[in-house]
Design a protein around this ligand. Structure first.
Ligand code: GLN
Ligand code: ZN
Length: 761
């Protein structure tokens, strides 16, 4: 019985690749240094899989930046502005596309399906000249072979590549990307020939777009593409890998009828209907790569249950055609549990990171072939049982309270326009009120204070004194700038989810549980393992301190339940909605405590609400329903005069505007500065928005200082579409990553622009 891994994290167990990349980019080390680190990481991963007994070990899943960018390099599809003149693509051109250079900005980056990984979006026009320009795939195959490991080279599938591309500038509206298929396939044929010549016997094409709702002409492109490649692929075993959801029935038919394909990979964790599809019909003589070990989470597999599933599948596809696999690339999980020194043994026994998942896959494969490692299976069963029964996981009061929420509606009793009137009487704000999103620059000094307090190197007294001083400084600055609704600047927070997770029950934190987000950037999501509750107030002290420094309204600052959920590793033993309701109840208590403490404006950030949207349209309404409901629960208990703000990142939410309205916040501030037009068009088309709204008037992701006239111009554009009495003026996100030398002039200009227009109104 065989085993397979779809793909593996690249960063290394201690983020070795990150540090090597950043040192190279800073000019502190050479290209050879970087290549050495990368080669060592690849070698250790291949050996680790080989030693574990994995039969189909992937290669070319390593990347210096991103696998889609690697495909762009392979195809030589470098946009003209990077000045590449041909030949093998080197670091210069490659990293310029990824990160920009002194004169040319980077290519666009976007989220890889519903993960937090971001890929570099190919830009293709009718005159792109595809040429085989990176031999990375075959080089890595040979490199592994030289180490004694025969691998399965992995390529981004040609159709997925085109479907994830965007048309180049100038042809946005007119260009049909799929028309490039023949040209792209010509290069794929060269790559395939190279791999064959090097001795490869298997090849894996990742075609995850097959799990989306595709129109029939897109499905047809798969049929055409693989028919065209079939002669080149003959003699090879060809695996088409899908992941992140089940494949829709139509797509399943297309997929399993593809020419020249010998194996299909499916996600059996997120693909809730995959089993039925397979049982409904699987082409005889083909391999099934059954993704039973979760690539997106950190929980140990329930081996007994997986084994039962796999045994059932044996009956359908035949014993010798079943391969045990991961549900997706392990890129989306943490690397190795071995490096977790702070988690206790009980929690550790419930977890499996990438390195442990490899062992699980192999154990399942061995068990299927009659070689069951009884000790391993019984240890696993014991851990599963302890997780089910642990009092750390279950809190009956919380379960009951959350269960009581379902099915009922929670909405503030008074409608938003009446609430805004009541709030205005109390707050007495000018027209076009100004505010910021929450965080102010985090200086080196500030980080040192937090770090030393955490490490018990400074006393609580010293810590509180430093943070108070910082808040005082930030409040004074905002008064000098004449901002209307103030923030405390979030100096006590390292991260907007971690800060709350550390104070809530049911959360655990890793030391090295990093997951690649983009390029060298990684995030370390908290682990939600148990029922969530709030032992005591989390932000009331600091918000009260901040309010005591000013007569102006000071915003309480909270992270919303959906964002906490979407930026954590979540429980797999209950629905996501249940966990979110529990978090919502904890945040609700905090909101009410803030109100009691005299805070009249409270912002509940839902930066990541859009991120959790399911890939398939059929599942989106349900998600939006419970996500928006959870948000409303947090503030259903406040008085009319308490103003609830929310903030959302990413401008791409025209399609969910009705859900945003349904959140029923009094004011929403949104990231928008890179595309006014897109956001405003939804209101131009007649969507009624009665609550306060602050589309960001400048981009905080750039160090550039926006001139007053430019901001004024943008405000005027917004006023053409939105009523003047609902418009707010604010930057598009928190200021945490900027410097004071940027923030002061930028906010000065922002306030000046608001005043300029107030005078004209
Ligand atoms: N209040 C947070 C901040 O200003 C919001 C950050 C975010 O939206 N990502 O930092
Ligand atoms: Zn934001």
């Amino acid at each position: 019985m065989a085993s397979h891994i779809v793909g593996y994290p690249r960063m290394g167990p201690k983020r070795e690749l990150k540090f090597a990349l950043e040192s190279f980019w800073d000019g502190k080390s050479s290209a050879e240094d970087l290549q050495k680190v990368a080669a060592d990481l690849r070698a250790s991963i291949w050996k680790q899989m080989a030693n574990a007994g994995i039969k189909y070990i992937p290669s070319n899943t390593f990347s210096y930046y991103d696998q889609v960018l690697d495909a762009t390099a392979t195809l030589g599809a470098v946009p003209q502005r990077y000045g590449w003149t041909g030949g093998e693509i080197g670091f210069d051109t490659y990293f310029s596309m990824a990160r920009g250079n002194a004169t040319v900005p980077a290519m666009e980056m976007t989220k890889w399906f519903d993960t937090n990984y971001h890929f570099i979006v190919p830009e293709l026009g009718p005159d792109v000249n595809f040429t085989y320009s990176s031999h990375k795939a075959v080089d890595e195959y040979k490199e592994a072979k030289a180490l004694g490991v025969d691998t399965v080279p992995v390529l981004v599938g040609p159709v997925t590549y085109l479907l994830l591309s965007k048309p180049a500038k100038g042809v946005e509206k007119t260009f049909n990307l799929l028309s490039l298929l023949p040209k792209v396939l010509a290069v794929y044929k060269e790559v395939i020939a190279d791999l064959k010549a090097a001795g490869a016997s298997w090849i894996q094409f990742d075609e995850p777009t097959l799990v989306l709702d595709l129109e029939s002409h897109k499905l047809q492109a798969f049929t055409d593409a693989y028919a065209e490649l079939a002669p080149a692929l003959s003699g090879l075993n060809v695996l088409i890998e899908t992941y992140f959801a089940d494949v829709p029935a139509e797509a399943y038919k297309t997929l399993t009828s593809l020419n020249g394909v010998t194996a299909y990979g499916f996600d059996l964790v997120r693909g809730t209907k995959t089993l039925d599809l397979i049982k409904g019909g699987f082409p005889s003589g083909k391999y099934l790569f059954a993704g039973v070990v979760d690539g997106r989470n950190i929980w140990a597999n329930d081996l007994a249950s997986s084994l039962t599933t796999l045994q059932g599948l044996e009956g359908v596809v035949g014993k010798d055609k079943l391969v045990v696999s991961t549900s997706s690339s392990l890129l989306h999980t943490a690397v190795d549990l071995v490096n977790e020194t702070k988690l206790d043994d009980e929690i550790k026994s419930w977890l499996a990171f990438a390195a442990q998942k490899i062992v699980e896959v192999n154990a399942l494969a061995k068990a299927l072939s009659g070689n069951k490692d009884e000790a391993f299976f019984s240890a696993n069963a014991a851990a599963q049982a302890s997780r089910k029964s642990s009092p750390r996981v279950t809190n009956e009061a919380v379960q009951k309270a959350a269960a009581a929420l379902k099915g009922s509606d929670h909405r503030r009793a008074t409608n938003v326009s009446a609430r805004l009137d009541a709030q205005q009487k109390k707050l007495n704000l000018p027209i076009l009120p100004t505010t910021t999103i929450g965080s102010f620059p985090q200086t080196v000094e500030l980080r040192r204070v937090r770090r030393e307090f955490k490490a018990n190197k400074i006393s609580e007294e010293e810590y509180v004194k430093s943070i108070k001083e910082e808040i005082h400084k930030v409040v004074q600055l905002q008064e000098e700038l004449d901002i209307d609704v103030l923030v405390h600047g979030e100096p006590e927070r390292n991260d907007m989810v971690e800060y709350f997770g550390e104070q809530l029950s049911g959360f655990a934190f890793t030391v090295n549980g990093w997951v690649q987000s983009y390029g060298s950037r990684c995030v370390k999501p908290p682990i939600i393992y148990g029922d969530v509750s709030r032992p005591k107030p989390m932000t009331v002290f600091w918000s009260s301190v901040a309010q005591s420094f000013t007569k102006r309204p000071m915003k309480g600052m909270l992270t919303g339940p959906v964002t906490i959920l979407n930026w954590s590793f979540v429980r797999n033993d209950q629905p996501r909605s249940e966990t979110t309701y529990q978090i919502a109840l904890a945040i609700k208590d905090e909101v009410e405590d803030l109100e009691k403490a005299g805070i009249t404006v409270i912002q509940i950030d839902e930066a990541a609400l859009r991120e959790g949207l399911p890939l398939r349209k059929s599942e989106q309404a349900d998600y939006l329903d419970w996500a928006v409901h959870s948000f409303r629960i947090t503030n259903v208990g406040v008085q009319d005069t308490t103003q609830i703000h929310t903030h959302m990142c990413y401008s791409n939410f025209n399609d969910i505007i009705h859900s945003i309205i349904n959140m029923d916040a009094d004011v929403i501030t949104i990231e928008n500065s890179r595309s006014d037009e897109k956001l405003l068009s939804v209101f131009r088309e007649g969507v009624k928005y009665g609550a306060g709204i602050g589309p960001g008037v400048y981009d905080i992701h750039s160090p550039r200082i926006p001139p007053t006239e430019e901001i004024a111009d943008r405000i005027n554009k917004m006023l053409a579409v939105l009523e003047k009495n609902i418009l707010w003026v604010n930057p598009d996100c928190g200021l945490k990553t900027r410097k004071y030398t940027e923030v002061k002039p930028a906010l000065t200009n922002m306030v000046a622009a608001a005043k300029l227009i107030r005078n004209e109104l």
